[in-house]
Design a protein. Structure first.
Length: 154
């Protein structure tokens, strides 16, 4: 396979990181969607519904880009979801903590997308398609983080 991308394995690895982070965020977003309580319930419930729908659609786009680069997309639950880290499952917590947890994960994914864009725009990689995909993903995560940060503010 030769489409001009000079390091497809390296790019695919970065995309796999973004894909697994997206799946994990999808699950965490459902976690908040199902368990939020209190005066902000309806707004948070509706926002997270919109966000998990967008995240689910993104997983397919990311996996298909990995395949287009000639590599297999991670597809097992263990490969897709890191069960370590912060969660709100099984514990009653505040809406603000839930929103902050999601915001932090969106910001982390935005940073990873920026790193991947930088990698792909370099002459030693030359992958404008993945750079464009990651720029779009960064915008989604930055907007989501802003909305969550604004909702969690006092």
């Amino acid at each position: 396979m030769n489409t001009g991308v000079k390091k497809p394995a390296e790019v695919s690895e970065k995309l796999a990181e973004i894909l697994t982070g997206t799946y994990e965020l999808l699950i965490r977003t459902h976690e908040v969607h199902w368990n939020v309580e209190g005066p902000m319930f309806y707004g948070v419930h509706m926002l997270t519904e919109e966000q998990y729908g967008e995240l689910f659609a993104a997983t397919d786009v990311l996996a298909e880009r990995i395949r287009a680069l000639g590599h297999l997309a991670p597809a097992t639950p263990k490969a897709l979801v890191d069960t370590s880290g912060d969660t709100v499952a099984g514990e009653k917590t505040t809406t603000a903590k839930m929103l902050t947890m999601l915001k932090d994960r969106h910001e982390a994914l935005a940073r990873l997308c920026h790193e991947t864009t930088d990698l792909c725009e370099g002459e030693d990689v030359n992958d404008p398609v993945t750079a464009d995909l990651c720029n779009g993903r960064s915008a989604v995560h930055e907007k989501a983080a802003w909305m969550l940060r604004s909702m969690a503010a006092d």
